[in-house]
Design a protein around this ligand. Structure first.
Ligand code: 5GP
Length: 120
């Protein structure tokens, strides 16, 4: 399974303001910022403010307000980026086989062009 939450992971440090980020959206539940190594014309990460290792951990242990608030923040971020009309892709990597590098739950938002079909 996944490791316990590490409060020194890079996204926890971004949340605490110890490391800067290029912010797109922030509210009581989530922070959205540009990925440091963009894989699309628009590549933004949305993270909950709570300490969750992965999407599975988040779904299993966050409360309903946190879950609703997080997904509303994803939509608000896409809207703020001007992606609402043309659409975009969301993705969350889970664990080593899923390619997860940072052990704080995050959703990637990719957009800004017609994305290719993804088959892994
Ligand atoms: P994962 O593979 O865990 O789903 O994705 C982690 C993402 O975080 C990668 O796309 C990587 O480029 C991004 N990333 C890693 N470190 C930093 C950082 O310090 N700042 C920002 N803005 N993005 C980061």
């Amino acid at each position: 399974g996944l490791p316990p939450y590490d409060p020194q992971n890079i996204f926890a440090r971004i949340l605490r303001g110890e490391i800067p980020c290029k912010r797109v959206h922030e509210d009581g539940f989530a922070l959205a910022f540009h990925d440091i190594n963009p894989q699309a014309p628009v590549h933004v990460l949305v993270i909950p403010k709570g300490a969750y290792v992965s999407a599975v951990d988040f779904g299993a242990t966050a409360n309903d307000a946190e879950i609703a608030g997080f997904w509303r923040a994803v939509a608000a971020t896409a809207k703020a980026l001007g992606l609402e009309e043309g659409g975009y892709r969301i993705l969350s990597n889970i664990g080593p086989d899923g390619g997860q590098e940072v052990p704080h739950f995050h959703v990637h938002i990719f957009g800004g062009k017609r994305l290719g079909r993804m088959v892994a």
